[in-house]
Design a protein around this ligand. Structure first.
Ligand code: AMP
Length: 114
């Protein structure tokens, strides 16, 4: 049995506020937004993180990044700017072990990295 939260969201078993969806990718609003726009972009297929993602095709990974850019456009962040963040592993405080990109925008970010 797959207990992954984001797999359940991708399968529609747990509701989400969807922003974008295609056959491989889902984007939905973060439940605890850290900025006026905070959207998570995930592959529908379970991939635990960036190391696991080495087993994925270049096309699948590119699709994830293209979806993040599409979300930024849909959320009107292209002019103002936005940040794309992906946490991997304990030191990065990844809390959901299903690969995801955070698309953050709608306010000026502080700092450049951490
Ligand atoms: P990370 O800490 O980088 O693994 O990011 C996981 C993100 O998932 C956090 O920003 C959480 O707020 C978010 N999150 C957890 N549960 C849900 C949920 N049910 N719907 C939307 N976002 C969620």
């Amino acid at each position: 049995m797959n207990d992954c939260l984001f797999c359940k969201i991708a399968a529609g078993e747990i509701p989400s506020d969807k922003v974008y969806e295609d056959e491989d990718v889902l984007a939905f609003r973060d439940i605890a937004p850290q900025a006026p726009v905070h959207v998570l972009v995930i592959p529908k297929k379970h991939v635990s993180g960036w190391y696991d993602a080495q087993g994925e095709s270049d096309a699948a990974l590119a699709k994830l990044m293209r979806a993040a850019a599409a979300v930024a456009k849909m959320e009107n962040l292209v002019e103002s700017g936005f940040r794309v963040v992906s946490n991997c592993g304990p030191d990065a405080q990844q809390s959901v072990l299903h690969l995801h990109l955070h698309v953050l925008g709608g306010r000026a970010m502080s700092g450049t990295m951490v």
